[in-house]
Design a protein around this ligand. Structure first.
Ligand code: ZN
Length: 275
């Protein structure tokens, strides 16, 4: 779908079809194209499109859709993906890891995105492994890119909210994800080099001074990693939090994604980047 160079020099993304029947192969192709287009319309993917290859692998499922246990719906699909994973309505995972890797291995890949043929809102990700999204909810493109940022760059959720895994970040332990912190001393904050000069830490949520290049303030805004207090995020709004419309990653998430792209596709091997 998008080829810019040899797989060894590129970040290779593969879309896998899940819950598409044999007669829905063209729909899968169109869905994968639509997701690819959305990704390349947004930074930092837009400026690094020359460092990525994108392909798709289609295997027909016996039935259309996936399992929705809360609705007593069970579908015979190639990856056995299911809603209600981890006890959450919208959470989708494909739990058969061996099947997923065998399926993806039809092409060279670094990262896997499972497209689930469903109208229901949902998605999920396992950091540094794979992500899942549905395709026919009005928010599906944004869900895809949010979930992909988790699986590609080990980014944390920046939103606050009730999830069954809200005890994922123990008190007194600094999380490993690059975009949330428990620290409030400038030199200990992971993104200290990006913090706007003179900004208070923690940063009040209505703090509105713009930095010299007129970008929104970078500081330490309270709330992130599902927690309302004691956890901080870099900017007021980010696509890993509530910044889905318009879709925009904060500068820290942007940098983390760029570093992963750079890891798979070092700049010296990307002559097409400037195109
Ligand atoms: Zn962010």
């Amino acid at each position: 779908m998008h080829k810019t160079g040899e797989p060894k020099d590129r970040l290779d993304l593969v879309f896998l079809a899940e819950g598409y029947t044999a007669s829905q192969q063209e729909k899968f192709q169109a869905d994968a194209q639509r997701m690819t287009q959305f990704m390349f319309e947004h930074e930092p993917f837009r400026k690094h499109r020359g460092k990525m290859n994108v392909s798709g692998v289609f295997r027909a499922s016996w039935e259309s859709g996936v399992d929705e246990p809360d609705k007593r719906v069970y579908r015979n699909s190639v990856l056995n993906a299911s809603f209600n994973s981890l006890g959450i309505d919208r959470y989708l995972l494909a739990e058969d890891g061996h099947a997923l890797k065998r399926y993806a291995a039809q092409v060279p890949y670094d990262t896997v995105v499972v497209l689930v043929n469903s109208k229901r809102y949902g998605g999920g990700a396992i950091c540094l492994d794979y992500c899942v999204t549905t395709v026919d909810d009005p928010r599906s493109e944004a869900v895809f890119l949010h979930e992909f940022a988790h699986s590609l760059a080990y980014l944390a959720d920046e939103y606050i909210g009730a999830v069954t895994y809200s005890d994922i970040y123990p008190e007194g332990v600094e999380p490993v994800e690059p975009n949330i912190t428990r620290e409030l001393e400038l030199e200990k904050i992971k993104w200290s080099s990006l913090v706007t000069q003179g900004v208070p830490l923690p940063t009040p949520k209505d703090f509105s001074v713009l930095n010299p290049v007129q970008l929104p303030v970078v500081g330490a805004f309270e709330g992130g990693g599902y927690l309302r207090t004691g956890m901080y995020r870099p900017q007021r709004s980010c696509a890993m939090g509530d910044g889905l419309e318009p879709f925009r990653f904060c500068v820290v998430c942007d940098r983390a994604i760029e570093r992963m792209i750079e890891y798979y596709a070092p700049s010296e091997s990307s002559p097409s980047e400037s195109k």
